[in-house]
Design a binder for this molecule. Sequence first.
Ligand code: NDP
Length: 276
Amino acid sequence: MYKLIDGKLISTQIKDELKQKVADEHIRATLAVIQVGNDPASSVYVGNKKKACEYIGIGSAAYELPEETSEEELLKLIDELNADDDVNGILVQLPVPKHIDEKKVINRISPLKDVDGFHPESVGNLCIGQEGFVSCTPAGIIELLKRSDIDIEGKECVVIGRSNIVGKPMALLLLKNNGTVTVCHSKTRDLKTICKRADILIVAIGKPKMITSEYVKEGAVVIDVGIHRMENGKLCGDVDFDDVKDHTSAITPVPGGVGPMTIAMLMVNCVKAANR
Ligand code: NDP
């Protein structure tokens, strides 16, 4: 019988712990959230981030800029927020419109306020094992594993996906936790054989239900990062949950697995930013 890893429950526990900490230590923090354009999915994410701030008792300031905002205007706003002592964390909701260079935006946010953990300095710190902000989704996956009593040390860990926001930082965090890590991508040969070796399989491909039981070793832990809306309106992940679940010892559902952890870890980073 597999264990369902309940990301909703674990993320609520984390937010409750933060709420207590914020109250006990009288922490004052403000997260600035910038959204350029009105992409409906981005608006939902931004709304959820504001709600999470309210829940744990910190402030949030929303900057909703029109689609036609120039790169220069956006960078100027980031400079102002970098210089504002009342703002502890800055987040630009991605993706930004095509006429704005995402890299320039990420690089402009002060590393001291980089609560998304995307700045090259944050990534570099993670890489060499120094203190810094860590990308929220992979950090959330480590918390899911730890709080579900799943040991990483010495385990064969396979990550499918090498994006800057999920796959690469995921691999670094597993390594930091003494896992033996393999990273796969679209050019990997014989993906199934490599995945079949995994004690812990982390899937961040962006392809609905691609991972079936043929990729999974009996008793493996499977973490599904993917999120897709199907034609029937329901959500699914990169893993074919129904096909895979009975072959695992533990698995995350979609929704209710990795998704809620991303926001909880953003709140962890906001509180950390206030303490820095
Ligand atoms: P990207 O599209 O940036 O990266 C996908 C990765 O998967 C790439 O490295 C790509 O390889 C690899 N890949 C694509 N096809 C294959 C294949 N057939 N075999 C092996 N590898 C393949 O996606 P993200 O990392 O940003 O996100 C991954 C998924 O996670 C998406 O569904 C996204 O929506 C979701 N997500 C969910 C979050 C959450 O909070 N739950 C947060 C962030 C993302 P290559 O590099 O060679 O192109």
